[in-house]
Design a protein around this ligand. Structure first.
Ligand code: ES4
Ligand code: ZN
Length: 326
């Protein structure tokens, strides 16, 4: 089996990472203390014990609660920098990190505080670690389209520093079609488009992400495999799928890592990548995701190198910035 050292040595980009999902319990207590926020937990062990999810909504409830400790620009800077240090240790060279502005603006934290803090952390990571990054603004799909439009307006002064928009949160009952207009407006502003689809939602939601939103990349996409025509479309189009093995395991999207469709995706010719999603909640960062799914599925070095290469070519870096990693 491929060793962790081999995987670490591959230049890799992380394309599906919610920065709020990198908040470790220890950090949650640090931020709560310095911001004088009350937590419903007394110890790190109590927090970890609460991370026993069986579906997406159970996870989201605790993830939004954890984010309440994030209040200042410094918090967002420190959160991002801690993530980039772990990425660099895993042999990551680039990350396209998502953030959920509405989770913060809805509790009175200005968009600027969040964006300035994250952008400062991204600049520090490039300077100190040599890790490049891009920022993806995610609309929360359980909220309405008007709230997404308000978020796009708040982001207006930052659009030169935001690479794309995404769609996350509770999938079932909130189809991509609900956000057709705000995605069109986002595209008109020159933003790249991604969306979570086919994590818990049906293949029809993946069709909608392609045909109605016109996404440049698909987050998850697992359930696309239930539809042969859809699978062929994704192969023919060369759509990058940002797959998250440990997330899928924790949220019971798959019954075991041995049953994960990643190997099948590669065999079908889909452009799959490996990502951590919400590493503090799902039990592993980028290298853990590669190593554990590789062990469970018996992936060989060529398949791992393919996954790493897909992450570079599937990134929103231009060809000149990708070249050193290929
Ligand atoms: C998420 Cl795993 C996942 N799915 C949908 N929305 C999310 N937000 C953060 N993690
Ligand atoms: Zn996600």
């Amino acid at each position: 089996p491929a060793s962790a050292d081999f995987i670490r040595s591959l230049p890799k980009a992380e394309l599906h990472l919610h920065i709020e999902g990198s908040l470790e319990p220890e950090q949650m207590f640090d931020f709560a203390r310095r911001n004088r926020v009350d937590l419903p937990f007394r110890t790190v062990e109590e927090v970890r014990a609460a991370y026993a999810f069986t579906n997406l909504q159970d996870f989201l409830d605790i993830y939004y609660q954890g984010a309440q400790v994030l209040r200042t620009e410094e918090d967002f800077h420190d959160l991002a920098m801690a993530y980039f240090r772990r990425l660099a240790a895993d042999g990551g060279v680039h990350a396209e990190i998502s953030f959920d502005p509405q989770t913060h603006t809805d509790r009175g934290i200005p968009f600027q505080v969040v964006a300035d803090g994250l952008l400062a952390g991204m600049a520090a990571a490039e300077r100190e670690l040599g890790v490049t990054s891009r920022l993806i603004l995610c609309y929360l799909r359980h909220l309405d389209e008007e709230s997404a439009f308000a978020t796009l307006r708040a982001a207006e002064p930052y659009l030169d520093r935001i690479t794309g928009v995404g769609l996350d949160s509770s999938e079932v009952g909130n189809p991509p079609s609900k956000f057709a207009r705000v995605f069109q407006a986002s595209r008109e502003r020159g933003l790249k488009l991604v969306a979570h689809a086919g994590e818990e939602g049906p293949p029809d939601y993946v069709w909608q992400a392609l045909d109605i939103l016109g996404v440049d990349r698909l987050d998850h996409g697992n359930r696309a495999l239930e539809d042969a025509d859809l699978t062929r479309r994704l192969v023919d189009q060369g759509t990058t799928l940002t797959v998250c093995p440990l997330s899928n395991l924790k949220l019971c999207v798959v019954p075991s890592l041995e049953a994960h469709p990643l190997r099948r995706m590669l065999d079908l010719g889909l452009k799959a990548t490996v990502n951590a999603d919400d590493p503090a909640y799902f039990g592993g960062y980028l290298l853990d995701n590669y190593a554990r799914v590789a062990a469970a599925l018996g992936l060989d070095r060529a398949q791992l190198a393919r996954l790493a290469r897909n992450s570079i070519t599937g990134s929103f870096l231009d060809a000149a910035a990708q070249a050193p990693h290929l």
